[in-house]
Write a protein that binds this ligand. Structure first.
Ligand SMILES: Cc1cc2nc3c(=O)[nH]c(=O)nc-3n(C[C@H](O)[C@H](O)[C@H](O)COP(=O)(O)OP(=O)(O)OC[C@H]3O[C@@H](n4cnc5c(N)ncnc54)[C@H](O)[C@@H]3O)c2cc1C
Length: 139
């Protein structure tokens, strides 16, 4: 499902094939491959060449038939993950009267962190405004 670069060096951090999940993401008979690079200073052409070379190392000459479609640069794709991001002090749930905030940036940059943050806010709202409603363990 997700190909991780396990040896810790080389330009590609991870790779996935989104068309395996949603077939509409590629033309019939083709696959959409997404390679993720972290913190590169290369321009688009240099990046594309380096990624292609790495892919050839991983997957062999079949990569010669691959076509580079697009490069997306995504600054701040995730909240700061540096230690101790996975054990942070709890960020305030309420920022103003009747305004609550939740999301990965309140806990840590993961689906688990985002869900935990959403749960904390939901519990806070229920505690304050709907004390008769109880969250079940499954929720
Ligand atoms: C490439 C990548 C790979 C990842 N892999 C993993 C993984 O393997 N495992 C894992 O646990 N986590 C992973 N994460 C992290 C995880 O996806 C996020 O931490 C999580 O989705 C954050 O959830 P969220 O609800 O806080 O924010 P988001 O999912 O970012 O949701 C915020 C939503 O708010 C919307 N929005 C923003 N501004 C406005 C506005 N002004 N008005 C209305 N809507 C707005 C956005 O469009 C978005 O839909 C990955 C993240 C990235 C980028």
């Amino acid at each position: 499902m997700l190909v991780l670069n396990g040896n810790g060096h080389g330009i590609v951090n991870n790779l996935c094939v989104p068309s395996q999940v949603a077939t509409d993401y590629a033309l019939a008979g083709h696959s959409l491959v997404s390679a993720t690079v972290l913190n590169s200073d290369l321009d688009d052409n240099g990046l594309s060449a380096s990624v292609t070379a790495k892919m050839r190392e991983w997957f062999g000459s079949s990569v010669d038939a691959w076509q580079h479609l697009r490069t997306y640069t995504i600054p701040y794709a995730l909240p700061n993950q540096t230690s101790p991001a996975f054990d942070p002090p709890v960020q305030p749930l309420q920022i103003r009267d009747n305004i609550f905030v939740c999301g990965d940036h309140r806990t840590n940059g993961s689906i688990n962190g985002a869900m935990q943050s959403g749960c904390l806010v939901a519990e806070e709202i229920l505690r304050n405004w709907m004390p008769d409603v109880r969250l079940s363990a499954a929720s």
